[in-house]
Design a protein around this ligand. Structure first.
Ligand SMILES: Cc1ncc(COP(=O)(O)O)c(C=O)c1O
Length: 425
């Protein structure tokens, strides 16, 4: 009897044989399902609202095509991400361009390509955007990214809305920056943006931030007559990490926040702004599984059993960076009793390259078995490196029994493609 793990109609062990490992596998239908939930539960229910998929979580040409077809916008954070989106024929007017240190050249390209919104992260950026727009005879629509001074409960490296954050314009500088933006002829100030961080599991920090920003909106209306048309509350909606449990629905996050924005606007007699969200992880994390082949199995006397896989922090740096927790199954030995506890380690030359601690697996685990690590769709492929000259894995989409290669595995020659000799050979 076959005991292989199947995903979106595909046998994962067969996929590992066909494409090799490590391998990123994404369920296309699950990504589409998440986009459709956002459409039904947010965009359709709240008039004037928008959703931008945060490309930093996972961005390829194929992913851009799905986001486009699903009717969402796209959040890009660098010239490279913008370039990819434009190559994928993503409509520029549906793109928002973020980043705490966009270069002048990146801003010029964004203006030239008529990117829909530029989120301004620091004071000097408004002059750069204004100048770039003026030279092209255009008017750039901007949002000001505000640091709302809200501490979201998440790892400190992925917290961004607290006082002292490197992201956004400090609250006390907002009146000055608004006044200045309104005085520049080539800018169209649409409103504000905040982003509290990533992997936030509770909606309440968003409520706190809404309270802060709506007070700012009210003061700006009173002081300068500026009426906020758009409010972007960022992304960060968390997903379940360890066991294979299902994440909270999008309505868990957006419903109370929308209710609060409405209540605060009515309290301050402000018109309701058009509200945008920017989820990345929530859309792709659970859709992704990474397949590895098990290699060395090392029982340390009196201690743990290390089981090495053929990837590691090079394709998933998150456990080492943020102590992120993952869960896995042995894909070719499903349904067997799990009577052995192991530590899954990567093959990189770092003692910190530990993917999973205390994982229960069948006792007949052997080299050559296939390990499927769940919930690796977000910030794995996009944060992968070539440390130890390891080629980046291929990416395959599965869709109701079909598999589609969307990114080829890197070759050793790819790794040398940009290198030069200094002596004649
Ligand atoms: C400005 C902005 N928007 C959206 C996101 C997406 O966050 P997440 O993937 O946690 O939803 C990020 C990620 O850090 C971000 O910096």
């Amino acid at each position: 009897m076959k005991t292989n793990l199947c995903y979106d109609g595909c046998d994962l062990v067969e996929l590992a044989l066909k494409y090799g490992t490590p391998l990123y596998v994404f369920s296309k239908s699950m990504i589409e399902g998440r986009c459709s939930e956002i459409r039904e539960q947010f965009i359709k229910r709240y008039g004037g609202s928008h959703a931008y998929y945060a490309g930093k979580a996972f961005l390829t040409l194929a992913m851009c095509q799905i986001v486009e077809k699903e009717g969402l916008g796209l959040d890009v954070v660098s010239g490279g991400e913008l370039h990819l989106a434009l190559k994928a024929h993503f409509p520029p007017e549906r793109i928002i361009f973020h980043g705490n240190n966009k270069t002048r050249q990146e801003i010029e390209i964004a203006v030239d390509q008529d990117v829909g919104r530029i989120a301004v992260d620091w004071e000097g950026e408004i002059d750069i955007i204004d100048k770039a727009a003026g030279l092209k005879g255009k008017r750039a629509s901007i949002l000001l990214r505000v640091t709302p001074e809200v501490e979201a409960l998440t790892h400190k490296y992925i917290r961004t809305g607290h006082r002292g954050s490197k992201f956004g314009i400090p609250l006390e500088r907002i009146p000055y920056v608004v006044k200045k933006s309104l005085s520049l002829q080539n800018l169209n100030l649409m409103g504000f943006h905040f982003h509290l961080g990533s992997q936030i599991e509770d909606y309440r920090p968003y409520i706190e931030a809404v309270d802060v920003i709506t007070k700012v909106m009210s003061d700006l209306r009173d002081d300068f007559g500026f009426v906020t048309k758009e409010l972007d509350i960022g992304g960060g909606f968390g997903v379940e990490g360890f066991e294979k449990t299902t994440s909270k629905p999008i309505s868990y996050f957006v419903d109370p926040v929308m209710e609060r924005i409405k209540a605060r606007c009515s309290e301050f007699e402000l018109p309701m702004p058009s509200v945008a969200i920017e989820p990345g992880r929530w859309i792709v994390s659970e859709a992704g599984i990474t397949l590895y082949t098990i290699g060395s199995i090392k029982k340390i006397p009196g201690s743990v059993t290390y089981v090495s896989v053929d990837g590691g922090m090079s394709d998933n740096p998150r456990p080492a960076l943020y102590d992120a927790k993952y869960y896995a199954e042995v894909a070719n030995k499903m349904g067997r009793p799990k009577d052995k506890v192991i530590t899954v380690v990567g093959r990189c030359c770092e003692s910190g390259d530990i993917l999973i601690e205390d994982l229960a697996v069948p006792s007949d685990l052997k080299p050559g078995d296939i390990l499927a690590v769940f919930n690796t769709g977000a910030y794995n492929y996009s944060m992968a490196s070539n440390y130890n000259m390891l080629p980046k894995p291929a990416v395959v989409f599965v869709d109701k029994g079909k598999d589609i290669l969307v990114v080829e595995r890197e070759t050793y020659d790819d790794l040398l493609a940009k290198q030069k000799f200094i002596f004649n050979v």
